[in-house]
Design a protein around this ligand. Structure first.
Ligand SMILES: Nc1ncnc2c1ncn2[C@@H]1O[C@H](COP(=O)(O)OP(=O)(O)OP(=O)(O)O)[C@@H](O)[C@H]1O
Length: 234
């Protein structure tokens, strides 16, 4: 589904992502781990086309797209949920959801998709007419994920979805990721909550100072306390 090779990304002269390679197969959940500042967010932003200075190769669903703009990647089936959620103030949950489909060729199916998403996210179904930003942080995170799912992406990039969220909602969220996987959605997950992330992942990569320093199956990495302590904020 996604094959990245020789990927570099820069902020001005700062070389933040350094020649990394990784892949994610269709239907997998893969976690990108690493300490604060390791380059995880920068990698996700580069994959979505949000960083100007980049080089290397990124083949998504059979097409090279590293130099394509973000909207082309969106139409190819790639979605991104940034850490800061970006729920639009003044709009209801339903209206925020609709934004997820407005730029899509499928926007004629708006009502159908809102209904489908509401079934998948029962917590939002009860709150469709409430203002999005009036919900709790965890509920807003759910809304951000739901909005990204409106266009039925093939692959979703999730940046720290559990950050600052109460444990009960984190449980719900991780169960949701498994349901999305069962439906065939491919997930690349950045998470500080390493154990939780590995518990639902197939594989993981560890980033350190912009380089991939380790990779393995989720089970291998879960069992490797030394690696977790050395490279991750646990
Ligand atoms: N807009 C920016 N301009 C310049 N440097 C940046 C910018 N954003 C991030 N950086 C730097 O790039 C490096 C990687 O940051 P990045 O946010 O990708 O790390 P991260 O692994 O996602 O960490 P965190 O868990 O703290 O979000 C850091 O040294 C950071 O200071």
């Amino acid at each position: 589904m996604l094959k990245v090779t020789g990927l570099n990304a820069y902020y001005d002269r700062s070389h933040v992502v350094q020649d990394i390679a990784f892949d994610v197969a269709q239907g997998e959940i893969v976690t990108l781990m690493g300490r604060n500042g390791a380059g995880k967010t920068t990698t996700l932003r580069t994959l979505m086309g949000l960083l100007g200075k980049r080089s290397g190769s990124m083949v998504f669903d059979g097409h090279e797209c590293l130099m394509q703009p973000p909207h082309t990647r969106f139409h190819m089936g790639l979605a991104y949920v940034p850490e800061d959620r970006r729920i639009v103030p003044g709009l209801t949950v339903r209206e925020n959801l609709e934004l997820g489909l407005i730029a899509s060729k499928d926007r004629g199916r708006m009502t159908e998709m809102v209904d489908e998403i509401a079934e998948t996210f029962p917590r939002l179904k009860e709150r469709l007419h409430q203002e999005g930003t009036s919900m709790s942080g965890g509920e807003q995170q759910m809304l951000a994920i739901a909005r990204a799912m409106m266009a039925r992406p093939k692959m979703i990039l999730l940046d720290e979805p559990s950050e600052g969220i109460m444990p009960i909602l984190v449980d719900e969220m991780f169960e949701l990721f498994l349901r999305l996987k069962q439906r065939g959605t491919t997930i690349l997950l950045v998470e500080q909550n390493v154990e939780r992330a590995l518990s639902i992942s197939d594989r993981a990569y560890i980033l350190d100072q912009g380089e991939i320093v380790h990779t393995g199956t989720a089970a291998e990495l879960l069992a490797d306390q030394e690696i977790q302590e050395r490279y991750c904020a646990v």
